[in-house]
Design a protein around this ligand. Structure first.
Ligand code: NDP
Length: 244
């Protein structure tokens, strides 16, 4: 039977490519969305392209919704073997202007969600002796970014989580890794004003934004059997931007 992969926020720019790459690699693909309505068109366009994805509504900031999600996926599709914690938001403001609402929203969506969702599935992975947890972080969790104390803190926190959990589950056949993408051509980045975006591109040695498929290919590798020796890693994929 095909292994099951769950991608949170899989209807976004990077998430859609991850769903396709894992389906192409033979996984049964399940995703979540928080805003109802968008799933109808997304599922239909996936079907047109030959994919049959499963989709569930779940706000990943809400622990109880994640408990319910796990019950539904396990009953409908089967136990989850690969979890990609991909859901994320930005709410940028200089620290002087950053308020508690936007601090909390970003920490809850990017970091608390990793606890909320991983908690539902990792015990099953260790019991079955195989699993993959892949956390989509960001270059800005590695180097910081003006206007993103909230996002940089959450994304750096994801990797702390990765390193610790990787040690706890390594002997049970489960790997836990972080991917830290640089700037990728998705709505999140295309929403940045053009002049700012051009400055961003000028600072990328390969002189272009990354493509979602380039992140998805790395996810597919990390999800594979061949990646069993990679755990606790934080893999940068950013067009050559320096990170320390
Ligand atoms: P998108 O905005 O396209 O996708 C984000 C996804 O997260 C959406 O599908 C959204 O679903 C989901 N999401 C947001 N809040 C919640 C919530 N509370 N519960 C459930 N799902 C939620 O972003 P990208 O595809 O660009 O980004 C994907 C990941 O990659 C993010 O974690 C981002 O931080 C990271 N990243 C992106 C980079 C880029 O350049 N684009 C660079 C580095 C990292 P819905 O709309 O239904 O809420």
């Amino acid at each position: 039977m095909a292994k099951v992969a769950l991608i949170t926020g899989g209807m976004g720019g990077i998430g859609t490519s991850i769903c396709k790459a894992l389906a192409d690699a033979g996984y049964t693909v399940v995703t979540t969305y928080s805003k109802p309505g968008k799933e109808v068109e997304w599922l239909a366009s996936g079907k047109e392209a030959g994919y049959s994805f499963h989709a569930y509504q779940c706000d990943v900031t809400d622990f109880d919704e994640c408990v319910a999600l796990a019950g539904r996926i396990t009953a409908d599709v089967g136990p989850v073997d690969v979890l990609v914690n991909n859901a994320g938001i930005t709410r940028d403001a200089s620290f002087k202007k950053l308020d508690k609402v936007n601090w909390d929203a970003v920490i809850k969506t990017n970091l608390d969600s990793v606890f909320n969702v991983t908690k539902q599935f990792v015990d099953g992975m260790t019991e079955r002796g195989w699993g993959r947890v892949i956390n989509i972080s960001s270059i800005n969790g590695q180097k910081g970014q003006f206007g993103q104390t909230n996002y940089s803190a959450a994304k750096a926190g994801m990797h702390g989580f990765t390193m610790a959990l990787a040690q706890e589950v390594a002997r049970k056949g489960v790997t836990v890794n972080t991917i830290s993408p640089g700037y990728i051509a998705t709505d999140m980045v295309m929403a940045v004003p053009e002049d700012v975006r051009n400055k961003i591109i000028a600072g990328i040695p390969v002189n272009r934004l990354g493509k979602p498929e380039e992140i998805a290919a790395l996810v597919a590798y990390m999800a594979s059997d061949l990646a069993g020796f990679m755990t606790g890693a934080n893999v940068a994929i950013n067009g050559g931007q320096h990170t320390c």
